[in-house]
Structures are given as C-alpha cells and as structure tokens.
Design a protein around this ligand. Structure first.
Ligand SMILES: NC(=O)c1ccc[n+]([C@@H]2O[C@H](COP(=O)([O-])OP(=O)(O)OC[C@H]3O[C@@H](n4cnc5c(N)ncnc54)[C@H](O)[C@@H]3O)[C@@H](O)[C@H]2O)c1
Length: 348
C-alpha cells in the first residue's frame, strides 16, 4: 500500500490544533483537524506546509513533525511533488490556492468550507478540477458523519414517509456557519434541485461599486424551496445546532450538534395524528475528517468521484449567496442559478 505525500496550506486551527479545543465535547468525533486525521490514517504523510505567518508555520511543523516549511504555497507546490493538498486558509484565499494547485498537477484537494467567496470563483474551481481531473472534497463534514449518514438513509428508504420540511436551528455567519447548515439540509433531503431562495441577513455592509460585502453577514432567517414541494427553514436559534426533518409518517431530529438523535413515528391507529418514539439505529462513531480523506484516496485509486466534490460545494454556495442576494432585493425570491455571479461574500 503506497503512502500519499500531503501538503497543507494555512497552518491554523483546522489544520492542526482544533482537537485541543473540542476535547470532551461529545458532538465531535476525533480526530478532527486535517493533520490529526492524516496522522491517524497511516497511509498519508504531511511532508510540507505553507503559511504566511512564520509563527503558525513553525508551531504546526514542530507539532506534526513536518520536514519542509514554506512562506509561499506556490513554492511548496512547485517543489514537493504532492499527491494531496489541504487548503485550510481563510475562504478569501481559497480560490487562488485551489485553482493554482489544480493547474500544477495536484491529484486531490481537501478544501475547507466555505469553498470560496463568489459564484464565479466557485465555477472556476469546478472548471479547474474538471480540466485537470483533480479529486476534491469540501470540508462540510456532516456528509461524512455516520450519524447524519444514517439519518439520510432512514429518510431515503421512506421509513418515515416522504420528507416535506427541514428546520435547521442554528445561528452564525452566512458563509462560515451556514455553508455547513445549507450543505447538511441538502444532504438530508438527497440533494434536491432548489426552486427559490429567500433570506434576511445582518451585520455586514454591501458596497455596490465593488459588488461585495465588507464581511461575512449573520443569517437572520432563510427559506429554500426545493423540487417535490420540500421546504427548508433556517431558524436563528441561539446556541443551538440541530436539524429536524418532518416527513409524512414521522419525524427525525439530530440534537445538540450530533450528540443524540431522536425519531418518532405517526401512530396510524390514532386519528389525532400523534407520534410515538422509536429508537434511532446505532452507528459506528468514526471521524468524519478521516472519512473525508479516505473518500479522496478512494477517488484517486478508483478514478471515481468524491462525495463532496466541487460541484456539490458550488451548489451549496449558490444557496448561501442566494440568501444574501435575496436580502439585497428586499427579501425577494431568488431563482437559481443566481444572476449576480460576482457578488462577493468574504469569510474567514
Ligand atoms: N470543517 C470544519 O468543521 C471547520 C472547523 C474550523 C474551521 N474550518 C475552516 O477552516 C478554515 C481555517 O479556519 P481556522 O479556524 O483554522 O483559521 P486560522 O486563522 O486558525 O488558520 C488559517 C491559517 O491560514 C493562514 N493563511 C492566511 N492566508 C494565507 C495564505 N495566503 N497562504 C498561506 N496561509 C495563509 C493564516 O496565517 C492562518 O495560520 C476556515 O475556512 C474555516 O471555515 C472548518
């Protein structure tokens, strides 16, 4: 079995230290950071890292015993003959790094969320990966979480009837937090086609001349209507991160960011439509970060597509940016594909 040469661009929390912050938090299945997962896998070795901040670079390389250090990611990519590149920078530099890496022959990219900051950047990334046959996964990790996968399986199998409504309880920034939220909603519903998007945002200024927000706005509320009459509602519940999928014969809900799952079935014999609890099936608690990297390796070895590829990332971005555009148009329904492809929403 061969060992894959990995490079990391952006040596901060998600690259190598976030596991320290979440120790003891039952919602997180470790390893969480890219470096901790590469190290646990055994088939991957981080041979080089790049960061514009010398202190961050040194601390990362010391902790993860990385031999080669670079202040410029381009130099690293040119010299290191990497198989896999992790892009754990802020989203504002992601487009530049990912498209450069794709052009320079990197085989697989693990790209953090948000994938980038505008739809035209997202299209570039999709095109660059397609042209160079690069495998890419975006780090919206609930797609790789066995609990959320089990939840989707139950919905897809029709065990609780047809999904009609998803309620996503979450506060946070549009691109930073809701890149996860929107992707999870799509995943749970089986990636249906969106029909329209509505949103209200707050906390960021829009500059018309630049067609850009000055920072990542918070999402006040959002709604997405999908094909087949499926609706998603984004509710700004403080401190909560939960998803409830209401189906025609029952309801399934993930609690406290994945600490627990609850399911209830409609009691057929009850004319008042009450629901009774049923057990949520057990699942193996395997790290989503590890699963995401394994999916990349599988894609390299079998020349198959990844589960959270650049098109999935782009389609999720369309919904986030669509909410910002709806806000700019007074809450109007926005039909995808959105026209304003260069509307820029920065995110860290
Ligand atoms: N998937 C998840 O669960 C999850 C969790 C945390 C963070 N993230 C994502 O990971 C990304 C990084 O977040 P973080 O919290 O680790 O941030 P961070 O600030 O800790 O790390 C980012 C690093 O990128 C470096 N950097 C900036 N510009 C660069 C450039 N041009 N070249 C090389 N390095 C550059 C910075 O110096 C910094 O060290 C964000 O996009 C965030 O959304 C994802």
């Amino acid at each position: 079995m061969r060992e894959y040469r990995v490079g990391v661009v952006g040596c901060g929390r998600m690259a190598g230290s976030i596991d320290d912050e979440v120790e003891g938090y039952a919602a997180c299945i470790l390893p969480y950071s890219h470096a901790a997962a590469y190290s646990a896998l055994g088939r991957t070795k981080i041979v080089a890292a790049a960061d514009v901040n010398r202190d961050k670079l040194d601390a990362f390389c010391k902790r993860w015993k990385v031999e080669s250090r670079y202040l410029d990611f381009r130099e690293m990519i040119a010299k290191e003959k990497l198989d896999i590149l992790s892009v754990t920078t802020p989203a504002t530099v992601r487009h530049e790094v990912v498209t450069f890496a794709a052009r320079k022959g990197i085989r697989a990219i693990y790209c953090e969320k948000a994938m980038c900051c505008s739809m035209s950047q997202a299209e570039d990334i999709v095109e660059a990966c397609k042209r160079a046959k690069v495998k890419l996964n975006v780090g919206t990790l609930r797609r790789f979480h066995p609990g959320y996968q089990k939840m989707r399986e139950i919905i897809e199998a029709g065990k609780i009837g047809e999904p009609r409504v998803v309620i996503a309880y979450s506060s946070g920034a549009l691109m930073h937090t809701h890149s996860h939220t929107v992707d999870t909603v799509r995943f749970l519903l089986g990636d249906p086609k969106p029909i329209y998007i509505q949103g209200t945002i707050d906390g960021a200024e829009y500059d018309e001349a630049k067609n850009a927000f000055d920072q990542d706005p918070s999402l006040v509320a959002g709604q997405i209507s999908f094909e087949g009459g499926k609706q998603a509602f984004f509710v700004p519940s403080p401190g909560m991160y939960e998803f409830e999928v209401d189906c025609t014969k029952g309801v399934v809900r993930v609690l406290d960011n994945g600490i627990d799952w609850r399911m209830r079935m409609r009691v057929e014999s009850d004319k008042w439509g009450s629901h009774a609890p049923v057990p949520f099936p057990p699942f193996e608690r395997v790290s989503p970060t590890v699963k995401c990297i394994e999916d990349l390796i599988n894609a390299i070895e079998t020349d198959s597509d990844t589960k959270c590829n650049a098109s999935v990332g782009r389609d999720g971005m369309e919904l986030c940016i669509g909410m910002a555009l709806s806000h700019l148009r007074g809450g109007m329904r926005i039909k995808p594909p959105i026209e304003n492809r260069t509307l820029y929403v920065p995110s860290n």
